[in-house]
Design a protein around this ligand. Structure first.
Ligand SMILES: [Zn+2]
Length: 219
């Protein structure tokens, strides 16, 4: 039956996402929020995952999830990696083009959870020893969707993706432009080639719209 098929697919997706979250060492509370599974089912899934994957080394994190946006701005490396991860989230569709505080409540969900996992895996593929944990990735996505403290913007000189403090009065520069500016303020006006952050090729949905003939009489 169609209804039970749909339900089966949804349950299957729920477990698939939960396993991905477990692999990324998400906290139980986070897995529950994004998959809707109960703590008991998550614990059982966790145990069976460890049993099936005996070589898996997982750290179970306890306590509160990250809550300090300062983490992303503390060091140049954290800022760069957070900007890369945020760009990947946007490319893959996990992060809307503009802050959308109205999404805050409905943000955790299976579809977005899957996109977030893909973005996080791409990030770890590019930066294997990255400093951003999956829990921090969840927090970053939530923070950027809310847009109250940080937004994803661009360097004022070269346009490179950059995390921007919502309350800063001037658009910031990326570390490369900042270094150039500090060394040779006069040279800042000369166009230079700035390497772009490389992102993997991803299949983005084709957004070409069909040509539609609109009759002139249409109102
Ligand atoms: Zn720049």
């Amino acid at each position: 039956m169609r209804v039970s098929d749909d339900r089966y697919s949804r349950d299957r997706l729920r477990f698939d996402i939960a396993v991905q979250f477990i692999q990324h060492e998400a906290r139980t509370r986070t897995i529950r929020a994004w998959t809707g599974l109960s703590d008991d089912r998550i614990r059982k899934l966790y145990r069976s995952y460890l049993r099936d994957w005996r070589g898996a080394r997982l750290t179970r994190h306890r306590g509160k999830s990250p809550q300090q946006v300062a983490f992303f701005m503390r060091t140049g490396r954290a800022r760069q990696e957070a900007a890369l991860l945020a760009s990947l989230c946007r490319l893959l569709g996990a992060l809307p083009p503009l802050p959308a505080p109205e999404l805050a409540r409905s943000l955790p969900g299976l579809a977005r959870g899957e996109l977030l996992c893909r973005a996080y895996e791409a990030y770890r593929g590019l930066v294997p020893d990255g400093v951003i944990s999956f829990e921090h990735a969840v927090f970053l996505l939530t923070t950027l969707v809310l847009g109250e403290e940080l937004t994803l913007g661009g360097c004022r000189d070269c346009g490179a993706a950059l995390l921007v403090d919502r309350w800063s009065l001037r658009a910031p520069r990326c570390p490369l432009c900042d270094a150039d500016h500090a060394q040779a303020p006069l040279a800042a006006a000369i166009p230079v080639e700035v390497p772009n952050v490389e992102v993997p090729n991803v299949d983005l949905p084709n957004v070409d719209l069909p040509n539609v003939d609109v009759p002139n009489s249409a109102v």
